[in-house]
Write a protein that binds this ligand. Sequence first.
Ligand code: FAD
Length: 493
Amino acid sequence: MAVDEEAPVPVLVVGAGPTGSVAALLLARLGVASTVVDREPRPYPGPRAVHLDDEAVRILAQVGLAAVFAGLSRPATGLRLLDARLRPFAEFRRDGPGVHGYPQSNLFDQPDLDAALRTALHRHPLVTLRTDCELVGIEEGRPVGAVLHGLQGTERVRAAVVLGCDGARSTVRAAVGAGLRDLRFDERWFVVDVRCRSGIPTWGGVDQVCDPRRAATFLPLPGDRYRWEFRMHPGESADALARPDQLSRLTAAWGVPVTELEVVRAAAYTFRARIADRWRSGPVLLLGDAAHLMPPFIGQGLGAGLRDAHNLAWKLAATLRGAGPGFLDTYERERAPHVEAVIRGAVRVGRALTGGPHATAALRRPLAGLLLRVPGVRGRAQRGIATRYPAGPLVDRRRHRADLPGTPCPQPTVLVERGPTPLDDVLGDGYALVTDGEPDAALAARARELGARTVRLGIDVTDDGVLREWLAAGRAAAALVRPDRIVQASSPR
Ligand SMILES: Cc1cc2nc3c(=O)[nH]c(=O)nc-3n(C[C@H](O)[C@H](O)[C@H](O)COP(=O)(O)OP(=O)(O)OC[C@H]3O[C@@H](n4cnc5c(N)ncnc54)[C@H](O)[C@@H]3O)c2cc1C
């Protein structure tokens, strides 16, 4: 076995899926070099994610992919619940830009995004991408030893930090002895992507068919592509369901002859709900599907991986530059409770919409109608599951008991000297202090210590009504915003 006697690489990213790719690109943006290894020569071609929310798109924008993603996605109008005869009985609209500056709900095809991320990895001088290179073992220590198996045989490289972004069957997770806690959901679904040149009538959003005999989801993807997901019955196989006679039966209610459909890809998946019992073992950290699995009913799995990368990248960059080791402890502490809430939400939605005996389906229709009239419920359903991290070293709710710390700063387009600009471009890559009036002395001092860029509303930026309202609603005169756009602390008005 070849042993690498060279200096350890700063960061070894295992897995060039969306989570590992975005982690490497975020680190590179902060000046941290990484080596990314993936055992496959090309991105996974199967049918997977089709939905991303505006917060996840904001993260893609931070690695320079906003325009690329806009070109390969389409905004969705929201979610409808339909009965077995495809009659809508509830509608949650999510059209228009969200608080993060992008459409609230976006439909795309994961292989397109994975390919765009691959290109970005290849292009970045601070990222070394090695494909056909599998991590087969980890020797814990500082630096960490990583045993890689590639086309040239087996070798050992040393890394200051290893990021396990190697998906559901993570080798890194197993190597550090972390287990998966079962949040009790196991269902087999048939997923099929088709092209249909003549078009399939759609309202432009996601349709969830709440029929316990055959729960289904239908999504219009960009161009002439469409996705169906059908819950499978015991004994069914993806191969059989993809045959024209069976596919024709499954899709009959949509009224499109099966001869008009070209199957692009089809697969059976078992949707599971699991979360790692430990996300970190010293300098080895787990992200994305390696750390959590969720059924796709609210389209959040990939987004959760991007949020992991976003939460971790700046903390890791700071740690590698000498910040205390406690900094990295906040990663799991912040991310795990949020992800667990999202998984439980996805399971609840899945069960409520598609599970249960036939009697429940009959009840569901009036129930959904009633629920939608309860104040707050419609808004919550429309907003999705908002990020809110618990109090800790990097979320200070002690000094000012406001609502803002732990939640993201919105991203309106504001006016600066050079013209209308997305707020993130004004905030920069480090800490920022957004003020509408004077921050208190303690917050101002903390901001100075952290080298925060000050953004004064009405002075440095105008056309800033969204930010003024946001601070006012949080009873704050100023908010200290972390590099991942989460508010660390605020000071009272
Ligand atoms: C049917 C379906 C629908 C979905 N819909 C949505 C949706 O609408 N919205 C959403 O947000 N999410 C959705 N998801 C979830 C989403 O696809 C995943 O959460 C996402 O792909 C996870 O990204 P990742 O980078 O963490 O892992 P992966 O995409 O699995 O990438 C892991 C990478 O690691 C590599 N690898 C694995 N082991 C090793 C090793 N030992 N050495 C080197 N490389 C290795 C693999 O080759 C792979 O490239 C859906 C999933 C499915 C199955």
